[in-house]
Design a protein around this ligand. Structure first.
Ligand SMILES: C[S@@+](CC[C@H](N)C(=O)[O-])C[C@H]1O[C@@H](n2cnc3c(N)ncnc32)[C@H](O)[C@@H]1O
Length: 386
């Protein structure tokens, strides 16, 4: 199975990469900010294991340049985001190095390795001993074997602090393709075995055994893969589908893993913001391509953010009311998934504050939701008894 990028990948950013990069742009800075204080050293290690060229021919930043920009920003604030990049393809590696040189010259701690991520993973984990570590693994095809991931996340870095987090591309195109091999007499057993390793066993093959509803099977495999990772690592795991167009099958899922309630909260906010950017870019592209068209697909299909928010506020207030039935104060960040429910990753952080205010206006909590505190830090009190 091909592990490289296709011919025009680096010409300009495709829509799935817009989402992926927005997520990095929204998430890496708070990760550095939140975890950088966990050690006196004020150092955080970041690994981009499938780094690519670092920048598109269009001049837009790829994942590597996004990271070194964040590192450059933090450098002036006394935090060292120590970046490791790995790229296997010689030409891409050469371009990556060119991009990094400019940042290295300004003192950014960025190192690039030409080769396979598996060769350097242990070394990077070793160098991250005692400091927070963020792993970004973004292959075009299959990712590392699950045993490798679990070894790092659960055996070598089982502790909550210093933090360890993962953002990984789980290719749905690869799952669908391999699913097709399961029942085919010409199915490539070597490829199937490689995916067995990615999944930690052949359990996934059963999902494709009866031959119908292949798409449901692929989604079920992705969900089960994430569930198993959560169980084996004890981490919160969230899996976000990313598509090329609205109502299309996802090309991949971005799988996020953290042990931190704060990580979980901020990631949901970052997903919602990135989703908005995905829609905006789609609309812009459509406008550029179809000049003169009366309306764009994006403008017709995009759920109206105001409507979504209007629905989310009472729904989240109801979730909060349910949480308060326990009769104890609720700190929002400790209940992210219960609070947001299906709106996790759909609405941004401020909507949670609006839900608290809504509940207060209904007389169901004495907590007003106003004040200086960050939304995630709000402690909401149950209604007075009597
Ligand atoms: C999807 S692209 C990376 C895109 C990049 N992360 C971004 O968002 O800008 C995947 C890259 O991984 C490289 N690659 C494939 N297998 C690899 C491996 N085992 N180790 C390191 N790099 C690999 C490919 O050559 C390709 O450039």
């Amino acid at each position: 199975m091909s592990s490289g990028t296709g011919g025009n990948y680096w010409q300009g950013k495709a829509l799935p990469s817009v989402f992926k990069h927005e997520l990095l742009r929204h998430y890496i800075p708070p990760f550095g900010g939140m975890t950088g204080k966990q050690t006196q050293e004020r150092r955080v290690v970041y690994l981009d294991g499938y780094a690519g060229e670092g920048r598109y021919e269009s001049g837009e930043p790829g994942s590597a340049e996004i990271a070194v920009r964040v590192a450059s920003y933090y450098r002036s604030r006394g935090l060292n985001l120590s970046c490791f990049f790995v790229e296997q393809q010689p030409q891409s590696f050469e371009r990556l190095q060119q991009v990094l040189r400019g940042y290295q010259a300004r003192g950014v701690d960025a190192r690039a390795h030409h080769g396979e991520v598996d060769e350097v993973l242990d070394d990077v984990v070793q160098r991250a001993a005692g400091v927070p570590l963020f792993l970004f693994l973004d292959p075009c095809g299959l990712c590392l074997p699950r045993s490798r991931l679990v070894d790092v996340l659960a055996r070598r870095r089982p502790q909550r602090r210093p933090a360890t987090e993962l953002l990984m591309n789980f290719s749905m195109m690869a799952v669908r393709r391999l699913g097709g091999h399961v029942r085919s007499p010409k199915g490539n057993e070597k490829s199937l075995e490689r995916f067995d390793a990615v999944c930690g066993g052949p359990w996934w093959r059963e999902y494709f055994a009866d031959g119908d509803a292949q798409e449901d099977a692929a989604e079920a495999v992705a969900a089960e893969w994430a569930r198993r990772l959560a169980r084996l690592t004890g981490m919160f795991v969230q899996s976000v589908p990313v598509a090329k167009e609205p109502h299309q099958k996802p090309v991949y899922h971005l799988v996020f893993a953290t042990r931190s309630p704060y990580g979980l909260w901020v990631f949901g906010d970052a997903v919602a913001r990135s989703r908005a950017e995905w829609w905006k870019t789609l609309e812009l592209k459509e406008e550029q391509q179809g000049q003169g068209a009366l309306f764009t697909k994006a403008s017709v299909l995009r759920p109206d953010p105001q409507v979504v928010e209007k629905e989310a506020i009472p729904a989240m207030a109801a979730n909060l009311e349910e949480l308060l039935r326990r009769g104890r104060p609720i700190k929002l960040v400790d209940h992210t998934l219960e609070l947001f429910g299906p709106y996790y990753g759909q609405v941004t952080e401020p909507v949670a504050r609006k839900a608290v205010k809504y509940l207060h206006s209904e007389g169901k909590t004495p907590t007003t939701g106003t004040g200086e505190k960050r939304t995630r830090e709000l402690v909401v009190l149950p209604p007075a008894r009597g």
